[in-house]
Ligand binder design. Sequence first.
Ligand SMILES: Cc1cc2nc3c(=O)[nH]c(=O)nc-3n(C[C@H](O)[C@H](O)[C@H](O)COP(=O)(O)OP(=O)(O)OC[C@H]3O[C@@H](n4cnc5c(N)ncnc54)[C@H](O)[C@@H]3O)c2cc1C
Length: 360
Amino acid sequence: MYDFAVVGVGPAGARFARRAAESGYDVVAFEQGTVGTPLACSGHVSTDIWEYVPETAKADLFQNRVCGARFHIGGPDSAAYPFYKREEISNVIDRVELDRTLAGLARDAGADVREHHTVVDVDERHDEVALTVSHDGETETVRARMVAGCDGPTSRVRRQCGLPEPEELLHGVLAFDSAPDDSDFVDVHLTAPRFFAWRIPRGDAGVEYGLAAPPGRSVNELFEQLTDDYDVETEHFCSGAIPIGPPERVHGRRVFLIGDAAAQTKPFTGGGILYGMTAADRAAETIDPGDPATLRDYESAWRSALSREIALGHWLRRAYSLPEPVQRVGLRALSGEIGVHMDRPSSFFSRDHLRKVLGL
Ligand SMILES: Cc1cc2nc3c(=O)[nH]c(=O)nc-3n(C[C@H](O)[C@H](O)[C@H](O)COP(=O)(O)OP(=O)(O)OC[C@H]3O[C@@H](n4cnc5c(N)ncnc54)[C@H](O)[C@@H]3O)c2cc1C
């Protein structure tokens, strides 16, 4: 019997598998497809990302540096309200390569990472969890003392174990124009209901156009409107769900959720790569597979790391739905040089940032 079975090898699953294997546990991790595919993510992350991969990986992952965002209430021709820092705030990275790198690190640490293995059933018992795993048309039963559900926004582990669903699932879409662009501002358009559309320069990898909003027909229509407004033809269209939460509880008797499965995302951007890996670290530090009581320690550890930021992120997101005249006044008042960290809305209220806003 394994100590931990991990379902899903995205950033959260790969990070947890690596950290648990490094602690000496016997870890198996199942990925239903090929690690990193299909792509449904911008890979726009704070520079904290480099703490999670070796220095040598940077050359393969890095695509562009970003120093700020231009906010627009309308399309590309509308007034722009820039928010920026003098140094880089964030990076655009190759998300497929990130997942491959993180999975490689998990394997190097001793985790048994198996691609093209789909977990089709989860049976949480008193003293173990039995997973039914399908591979090449065959199924096998794998037993583990605990199971980490890292299987993304529409998590099967979450559903089968009766854990609460996220309060909301947004629909995100994106596509690419191949013209290289290494400029250092992203554009954010508050044209989608309760969220936004974006343009991200990705260096030699071209430009990404994307949009997220509550599901409905309007998502694709608004995306077409965005690319028409920019007068571009895009290719490699992809889409995915963005969970907004968090739910009340992300653990059961012997099962726990990490990453998008636990809706550990930023409500004001939908970004979840770094929050998921932060929670994965808390899980690896607190959970003893022989002691189900430690699942409660994980629950409090990840909430103490992230729940304040998530709560403040909900407040920031409310600004996307304010009446346009109020948005205009707010953006005009707050735009300019900022002192915020993109993963920490609390930094918006820091003394440094408030001094900047007040011009002190
Ligand atoms: C359009 C869009 C743009 C985004 N842009 C950004 C961004 O710029 N920055 C950012 O930080 N975040 C972004 N995100 C969010 C980010 O993609 C997620 O937060 C992140 O991928 C979550 O990682 P995860 O490991 O929890 O889940 P995932 O990356 O979804 O990984 C889950 C894995 O589980 C596998 N799996 C699922 N079910 C099973 C099963 N039954 N058996 C075996 N394997 C299974 C899947 O194949 C997948 O590989 C974006 C999301 C979308 C939709």
